[in-house]
Write a protein of this length. Sequence first.
Length: 221
Amino acid sequence: VSQGAELLPAQMAVFSMKNLRENIQKRIDTIKDDLSKERFSPSVCSFLQEHQSLDQVQKALTRVEELYGPSVFTHVFPDEDIRISSVDFGPHNTLFETDGRAIYLDFENAGRDYPLRTVVDVINHQKTEQISLELKKAFVQRYRDQAKLPQHVWEWFEPMRRLGLIEWHLLHLNHLSSTKLAQMKFALANDGFDEAGFIELKLGLAQRTLDAMINVQAWKF
């Protein structure tokens, strides 16, 4: 890190648990703002109302505090523990050479970030949803064996993965505002954009991350 201190922070970088809590609150506030300005379709509004999504998020945050104590949101990661994060690490951004070596892509939002960002994002990412729990556990163990992170960093794995799951739930909902959908239409103008299908996909992901968030005790590493 001392050699790369000039690197900018990654997108929504986290250098303390307070930063992560603030990132989550920003996503909550964005959803509330989009609701107040009627930027969600009726199906999204129905989902939020039926499942009380934001209330469940608040309950999940409270459970994290209960499990790990009120100081869980005051911890600061020391500079020597900060690492580089690509922000979107996973099998969807990985190519393999014929000899098995991996090449990692998509570093447009990369930068300095908290040391467990990569492993937490991989196990919560929508692109790894179909990967079995056993394989995710194997990935975490291999990462732990080879990443050369200090042992004390791993004390934050459980709270970080729970908070990461909350982040991903909110992220799926953040993608469903009329503003975000308009951006998708523009970006995919030449290929066509199935708005109804995209909303259905994201609501399905939001449902499953919500279920996991509520029943997170059943998903232990």
